[in-house]
Ligand binder design. Structure first.
Ligand SMILES: Cc1cc2nc3c(=O)[nH]c(=O)nc-3n(C[C@H](O)[C@H](O)[C@H](O)COP(=O)(O)OP(=O)(O)OC[C@H]3O[C@@H](n4cnc5c(N)ncnc54)[C@H](O)[C@@H]3O)c2cc1C
Length: 256
């Protein structure tokens, strides 16, 4: 539901106006994104049918600002459908990030890991099917199924909260597997609301925030040199509009 025009329409309601020229609408969307004026983005909604392994679903469903309906493993039998990583995606533990995977793992270890994951999964599903056939309830028979078993759900979310999800889950620090979903959803968002997507990439996804202390240090360095003219030229070169340029110069205290 909704599109870039719906965002603009909602933002302009206070002035009784709708869409203006595409250039002005794009400027408005960029401004809304920059100033975290978020409610106009809630005018757009999307519903997706997701299939993911349970360990990814657990991360995904921590995002509370969506409506979810998931398949019930109490109601229906769980299909023997498991995620097994490709050999190149069996990652070593990162030496820097306790929560993350690194890059390199010896091939033999990766192959061994995959072989074992398949065997354990097959044995678990064999046991599951056996106990279901013997009359054990599905809600209990499932307890030995592995975390890489696939689950499915419908997911409905507004654009504001979807972009928040994408910011967190397409970032470097997110697990590789959930990043693949986030990147796929990004392509859908880019097709659906191209102007909003471009503004989000510019103002949120690829933007960086600094602490008050870091900003103080940056201001000090810039104050020591006459960088104002250079900064104005560079901001204009990368396509920053006049209003945003003023905001940047003010934030860096270069507007004196
Ligand atoms: C890389 C990474 C590592 C993580 N590691 C862990 C971990 O080790 N353990 C763990 O438990 N979680 C972990 N999380 C989950 C994380 O803490 C969040 O729960 C998750 O990302 C959802 O974010 P959210 O609350 O902003 O999103 P949503 O639930 O979609 O909420 C969106 C926004 O709505 C507001 N909001 C929603 N509900 C409430 C509420 N009840 N009260 C106040 N404000 C609310 C908040 O402003 C929130 O940012 C991790 C997430 C990431 C991305």
């Amino acid at each position: 539901m909704g599109d870039d025009a719906a965002v603009v329409q909602a933002a302009r309601v206070s002035y009784g106006g709708g869409a203006k020229s595409p250039k002005e609408d794009a400027k408005l969307i960029n401004y809304l994104m920059r100033h975290r004026h978020t409610s106009p983005f809630e005018m757009c909604e999307i519903k997706l049918h997701i299939k993911a392994p349970i360990f990814i679903a657990r991360q995904w469903l921590r995002h509370r600002t969506a409506s979810v309906n998931e398949v019930s493993a109490r109601y229906s039998n769980v299909a023997a459908d498991m995620y097994i990583p490709a050999e190149e995606n069996v990652r070593a533990q990162s030496p820097h990030n306790k929560q993350g995977g690194g890059v390199y793992i010896p091939t033999l270890l990766a192959q061994d890991f995959i072989r074992n994951a398949k065997q354990i999964g097959e044995a678990a599903f064999f046991q599951y099917d056996e106990y279901c056939a013997l009359g054990v309830s599905r809600e209990l028979a499932r307890i030995s199924l592995p975390q890489n078993t696939y689950t499915e759900w419908y997911w409905k979310i507004d654009l504001h909260n979807l972009l928040h999800f994408l910011k967190l889950r397409s970032a470097e620090g997110a697990q590789w597997e959930i990043r693949q979903y986030a990147e796929a959803i990004e392509t859908i968002v880019e097709d659906w609301v191209p102007v909003t997507y471009a503004a989000w990439v510019d103002q949120v996804r690829d933007a960086v925030t600094f602490s008050k202390s870091a900003v103080e240090a940056i201001r000090c360095v810039l104050a020591d040199h006459d960088y104002e003219t250079r900064m104005e030229a560079e901001l204009s070169r990368v396509g920053v509009g006049a209003r945003e340029e003023r905001e940047v110069l003010e934030a860096l205290e270069m507007d004196r």
